[in-house]
Design a protein around this ligand. Structure first.
Ligand code: NAG
Ligand code: NAG
Length: 448
C-alpha cells in the first residue's frame, strides 16, 4: 500500500462505495479501506441475528423462535429505492444490477386519524379510496391530472401557475384541497419530511409527485423496490464495480492518521504504512473534527411474527405518518420487509420505524408507529447523531459524506453523491457519461 493514489476512500457505506465505483470507472486509481471487517458501515445489513443482539447489547442469544441466525440480514438504516429514482438509474448505467435481485414493495400506506390507508396516486386509485369523500376525490383527481400534464417548458399546461413563483400552498388552494389531502400528498407522495415546502415555489413538489407516479407506473403495487438479502448488497455491488475497474479494497484496516500538510490532504496512515493521495472521500466517523452534528434520528428495528394490520397482509410495505396527524414537525416512517426478501427467518417480518428527533423523549415520539406494529416480538432501539461536513474540501481536497437521514428512500443520498462529485471534479455528475446498457432492473425475465 506504499503507493500513490488519485483517491483514497475510507468507510464502505453506500455513498462511499458509489463514489469509489464512479471514480474507478472514470480511470482514477482508487484505494478503498474500512476499519470494520464487513462492508456497509452505518448502512450495513447485520448477519447473523446473534450479531444484531451483540450490537445492541441485548443480554443472551436470540430465542429458538427466531429460527436460524444465518437467515437474517437486518438493515441498520431502513430505506427503499424509488423505481424511477436516481439510485436505480445509477445501478442501471453501471450495470451493478447484475449482482442484485430486486422485489417490488407490496404497498404504500398513509396514516390518518389513527387508521392506515393505501396511498392513492393514480386517478383510478383516488376514485376508489376511502381516504376521501366524493367531492374531495373529484378535486384530487383534477389535481393529479394537472400535475401529470404539467410541463415546465410549455406554458399551455400550467393553467396560470408559475412554476418558479406560485407556492404549493396556492396550488392546493387553486384545487380547493382539504388538510388531510394536503397531508398525504405532501408527505406520502411528494415525500417531504416537514411542511416547509408549502411556501416554496411549486415546481419541486410537482416533480416529486411525478417521480412517485412514474415509479409506481413502472411495476405497479408501489413505487418502491428492495434488494433480496438486504440493503447491504448495494455497497457491495458498487465495490465490485470499483474492483473491476482496478480499485483496491481492504477491510479490517485501522486508520491511524489522516495526514494533512499546508491545509491539503497528502495521505492516510494505516498499520504503520502511509498511502499517499490527491483526494480523500470518507464518512464523518473517520474525521469528526471536520463535521458537525445537524440533528438526531431514532430508529427502532422491530421483529414481528405477523404482517402489519390493515395492509392486506402485505409481506412488505411502507407507512408514512404525516407530522400534522400526530402534532409533530417531522414525519414518522415505517419500512417493513420479511422472509420473502431473504432477510428474516421463515414467517418473520422486520419493521423499522424512524423519525427525526424533536424532544428529550424520542421513544415517546415514535410510539404512534410502534402502536401500529403490536405485538412486537423484539425491539432494537438506536438514537444516532446526524453529521454534515464543515469542510467542503475546496482547499483540503477532503470530501466528507452526510449521515443517512430519516427519509425512507435514497434520493437525498444520491443528491449528496452528486454534490460531492461536483466538488471533487468541478463538473456536474452526468449519468450519460457512465452509460453502459441494459434498461430494466429485473434484467431479462427476472422475478418481480
Ligand atoms: C383497521 O381496520 C379496522 C376496520 O376497518 C378499523 O376499525 C381500524 O381502526 C383500523 N386500524 C388501523 C390501525 O388502521
Ligand atoms: C423558471 O426559472 C428557470 C430558471 O431560472 C427558467 O429557465 C424558466 O424559464 C422559468 N420558468 C418560467 C415559466 O418562468
Amino acid at each position: 500500500m506504499n503507493e500513490e493514489y488519485d483517491v483514497i476512500v475510507l468507510g464502505t457505506g453506500l455513498t462511499e462505495c458509489i463514489l469509489s465505483g464512479i471514480m474507478s470507472v472514470k480511470g482514477k486509481k482508487v484505494l478503498h479501506m474500512d476499519r470494520n471487517s464487513y462492508y456497509g458501515g452505518d448502512s450495513a445489513s447485520i448477519t447473523p441475528l446473534e450479531d444484531l443482539y451483540k450490537r445492541f447489547s441485548l443480554p443472551g442469544t436470540p430465542p429458538e423462535s427466531m429460527g436460524k441466525g444465518r437467515d437474517w440480514n437486518v438493515d441498520l438504516i431502513p430505506k427503499f429505492l424509488m423505481a424511477n429514482g436516481q439510485l436505480v438509474r445509477m445501478l442501471l448505467i453501471t450495470q451493478v444490477t447484475r449482482y442484485l435481485d430486486f422485489k417490488v414493495i407490496e404497498g404504500s400506506f398513509v396514516y390518518k386519524k389513527g387508521s392506515i390507508y393505501k396511498v392513492p396516486s393514480t386517478e383510478t386509485e383516488a376514485l376508489a379510496s376511502s381516504l376521501m369523500g366524493l367531492f374531495e376525490k373529484r378535486r384530487f383527481r383534477k389535481f393529479l391530472v394537472f400535475v401529470a400534464n404539467f410541463d415546465e417548458n410549455d406554458p399551455k399546461t400550467m393553467e396560470g401557475v408559475d412554476p418558479n413563483k406560485t407556492t404549493m400552498r396556492e396550488v392546493y388552494k387553486k384545487f380547493d384541497l382539504g388538510q388531510d389531502v394536503i397531508d398525504f400528498t405532501g408527505h406520502a407522495i411528494a415525500l417531504y419530511r416537514t411542511d416547509d415546502y408549502l411556501d416554496q415555489p411549486c415546481l419541486d413538489t410537482i416533480n416529486r409527485i411525478k417521480l412517485y407516479s412514474e415509479s409506481l407506473a413502472r411495476y405497479g403495487k408501489s413505487p418502491y423496490l428492495y434488494p433480496l438479502y438486504g440493503l447491504g448488497e448495494l455497497p457491495q455491488g458498487f465495490a465490485r464495480l470499483s474492483a473491476i475497474y482496478g480499485g483496491t479494497y481492504m477491510l479490517n484496516k485501522p486508520i491511524e492518521e489522516i495526514i494533512v500538510e499546508n491545509g491539503k490532504i497528502v495521505g492516510v496512515k494505516s498499520e504503520g504504512e502511509i498511502a499517499r493521495c490527491k483526494q480523500l472521500i470518507c464518512d464523518p466517523s473517520y474525521i469528526m473534527d471536520r463535521a458537525k452534528v445537524v440533528g438526531k434520528v431514532i430508529r427502532v428495528i422491530c421483529i414481528l411474527s405477523h404482517p402489519i394490520k390493515n395492509t392486506s397482509d402485505s409481506n412488505s410495505c411502507q407507512i408514512i405518518i404525516p407530522q400534522n396527524q400526530v402534532n409533530r414537525k417531522h414525519d414518522i416512517y415505517v419500512c417493513m420487509i420479511s422472509y420473502a426478501h431473504n432477510v428474516a427467518a421463515q414467517g418473520k417480518y422486520i419493521a423499522i420505524a424512524s423519525t427525526t428527533v424533536e424532544t428529550n423523549d424520542p421513544e415517546k415520539e415514535i410510539k404512534p408507529a410502534l402502536d401500529l406494529l403490536e405485538p412486537i416480538e423484539q425491539k432494537f432501539v438506536s438514537i444516532s447523531d446526524l453529521y454534515a461536513p464543515t469542510d467542503l474540501g475546496t482547499d483540503s481536497q477532503i470530501f466528507i459524506s452526510r449521515s443517512y437521514d430519516a427519509t425512507t428512500h435514497f434520493e437525498t443520498t444520491c443528491d449528496d453523491i452528486k454534490d460531492i462529485y461536483k466538488r471533487m471534479t468541478g463538473t456536474d455528475f452526468d449519468f450519460a457519461e457512465m452509460e453502459r446498457k441494459k434498461n430494466d432492473i429485473f434484467g431479462d425475465g427476472g422475478d418481480q
